[in-house]
Ligand binder design. Structure first.
Ligand code: ADP
Ligand code: MG
Length: 265
């Protein structure tokens, strides 16, 4: 049996002395798409940061069968690429130079990018509908354009595991679909594994093989979207009043205004 792409065992994270994650277990099979959902502050970003090595998580995270701390530094970037929830935007940097940063693990020390690196970057820019943007300064882009550039950098990195923290929250619905379809297509053609967080529950359920519901730093439900996107679970953990409608690719979650409180004379 092949090792899972991600294996998290009994992960505990404290930040400034406050327990944020308390005993998380999670496995993502190679080629699988798993989406973590949960209310604001549940610990979703913290979990992705721990899996991506951006927070120390000694002995808790293995990627493709190797404990994170045993991966060689140079190999880490080829294994896992992260799109953070709010990446830092370097001042004065062009879109091309920013996306080229994704090729850093392939460029020898003191070397320059090769024609193959540039071709990889232009290919990703084309696929993300950013072909005309390569000379633009990152700071001048709209939020949605910038979000696609962040994803472009991660894809240019060519890692097998993508960690996407709310990759579509700044995008209009057309670009949301375009970006998620592209990620799914790369998953099928290149065997990528995806661990994401998403706020739009219907869209999350349409793309995920499995979902994990996090609340107050613990996994409270996990399984295929139809088992996690239920009126009961969303009422309990989001205090949300929703109706679930069966969809072609997963349950659709529709917020419904509560009738008992919402009616005014
Ligand atoms: P989510 O992504 O699910 O909204 P986060 O993982 O960003 O949640 O945050 C989980 C909790 O950890 C929140 O309550 C947040 O305020 C807290 N937190 C995040 N960073 C720190 C920090 N550096 N120190 C203390 N608490 C933090
Ligand atoms: Mg978050």
């Amino acid at each position: 049996m092949t090792a899972p792409a991600v294996e998290v065992r009994d992960l505990h994270v404290r930040l400034d002395g406050v327990p944020i994650l308390a005993g998380i277990d999670l496995a993502v099979a190679a080629g699988e798409w798993v989406t973590v959902i949960g209310p604001n502050g549940a610990g979703k970003s913290t979990l992705l940061r721990a899996v991506g090595g951006l927070l120390p998580a000694p002995h808790a995270v293995s990627l493709f069968g190797t404990p994170y701390e045993s991966l060689r530094r140079r190999d880490r970037a080829r294994v896992v690429a992260t799109v953070a929830q709010s990446p830092v935007v370097p001042a004065g940097m062009s879109v091309l130079d920013y996306v080229l940063l994704g090729r850093t693990p392939y460029i020898p020390p003191l070397g320059r990018e090769s024609a193959a690196d540039l071709a990889a970057v232009h290919d990703v820019l084309d696929r993300l509908d950013l072909a005309g943007f390569h000379r633009r300064e990152l700071a001048t882009l709209s939020g949605g354009e910038r979000q696609r550039v962040f994803l472009a950098r991660a894809l240019a990195q060519g890692a097998t595991l993508l960690l996407l923290d709310e990759p579509t929250s700044a995008l209009d619905i057309g670009h949301q679909q375009e970006v998620l379809e592209l990620v799914d297509q790369l998953r099928r053609t290149h065997g990528l594994t995806v661990l994401a967080t998403m706020h739009d529950l219907s869209i999350a359920g349409e793309y995920a093989d499995r979902m994990v519901l996090l609340a107050e730093g613990r996994v409270v439900a996990a399984g295929p979207p139809r088992d996690v996107l239920t009126e009961e679970l969303l009422a309990t953990h989001y205090r949300a009043h929703v109706r679930i409608i069966p969809g072609d690719h997963g349950p659709l979650v529709v917020p419904i205004r509560p009738t008992d409180q919402g009616v005014r004379a």
